[in-house]
Design a protein around this ligand. Structure first.
Ligand code: AHR
Length: 312
């Protein structure tokens, strides 16, 4: 079966009727909401009984949910791990119960034999693609960048920072002037951007904002407008996710670039599980999704409409 929402084809028969627990981080961003809805729709299309647990951003809630899934004797577990560390015990418990675990969109610092597969983007590459775009965009001009980091201790925050820094290394004209977490939320992105603007000559000293996700970028855009400046022109905006709202901002000339993160992490995970259950095929340990750059040259209104049409 190939559902409308996934590009991978999944054998439906051996997943039908399975009970799969899904420990989701929460609903901090538009991207997260899209991943949740894509996963639920795919589970339904495949005849899977998906037990969904929203952890409200807390690792302790995720661990509790996973222990609950183990106690219920689910057939498999999906986890989007909020932070990288602290998973070894609970993943070991799942392994001892012979329940395959599939990681979605973020990684963990734990032995690889504790999970079946990890479906995620190359987050260092995402940061690099964003940084390379900026390097090209500013040329030789001096550029002070402010950075809105994702959730502290999460793999996308760590890796997107690293990749961006790699891209601007060797370009002395581009400097990260300020960097702080906005926790992947719109409200925090706005609040932190307001503080950055206040401490940077009312924004005059800022050339660009690099946000680790689109939601923080959208919050930053609002802060830039509130300060009487033009986002996209006075301060360039580059971020990651490619959710509909950033395309709306691009169409309005208020955002300059985004790197796509597909919300379809469950499709490849279900396909891997299906093959594993069929004949023990060990999937790739790391299934890497694409990281495509979008700019206003890429028909932002069309991209907005397309994503909305997919229910993102
Ligand atoms: O782990 C993926 C990141 O988590 C997305 O980029 C962000 O929007 C989400 O909160």
């Amino acid at each position: 079966l190939a559902t409308a929402l996934t590009s991978v084809s999944i054998a439906q028969e051996n997943l039908k009727g399975l009970t799969i627990g899904f420990s989701q981080i929460g609903s901090e961003s538009g991207w997260r909401a899209a991943e949740t809805s894509v996963t639920k729709q795919q589970a339904e299309a495949l005849g899977i009984d998906l037990k969904f647990a929203d952890a409200q951003q807390k690792q302790e809630n995720q661990i509790k949910a996973i222990r609950g899934f183990i106690a219920q004797g689910v057939d498999a577990i999906l986890v989007a791990p909020v932070v990288a560390t602290g998973w070894e015990d609970v993943l070991t418990e799942a392994k001892e119960a012979e329940i395959p675990v599939m990681l979605l969109d973020r990684g963990v610092d734990a032995p690889e034999d504790l999970y079946l597969t990890s479906v995620a983007s190359d987050q260092v590459l995402e940061g690099r693609v964003a940084g390379e775009w900026l390097v090209k965009e500013v040329g030789d001009a001096d550029c002070n960048v402010v950075e809105l980091q994702g959730t502290v201790g999460s793999t996308p925050a760590i890796n997107r920072k690293k990749g961006f820094e790699e891209a601007i290394a060797g370009h002395a004209n581009i400097v990260i002037a300020q960097s702080q977490t906005g926790d992947f939320t719109r409200a925090k992105g706005k609040e932190v951007m307001e503080a950055f603007i206040k401490s940077s000559n009312n924004g005059a000293d800022i050339c660009a904002v690099y946000a680790h996700n689109d939601d923080m970028a959208v919050g930053a855009i609002q802060a830039i407008k509130d300060a009487g400046l033009k986002p996209g022109t006075d301060i360039k905006v580059v971020s990651i996710d490619a959710v509909p709202d950033i395309f709306a901002a691009m169409a309005a000339g208020e955002a300059n670039a985004t790197v796509e993160l597909t919300p379809d992490m469950a499709g490849p995970a279900f396909a891997a599980l299906s093959a594993y259950l069929a004949d023990g095929t060990e999937p790739e340990k790391f299934i890497i999704t694409e990281s495509k750059l979008y700019t206003p040259a890429d028909d932002p209104q069309g991209e907005y409409d397309r994503r909305k049409g997919l229910g993102y």
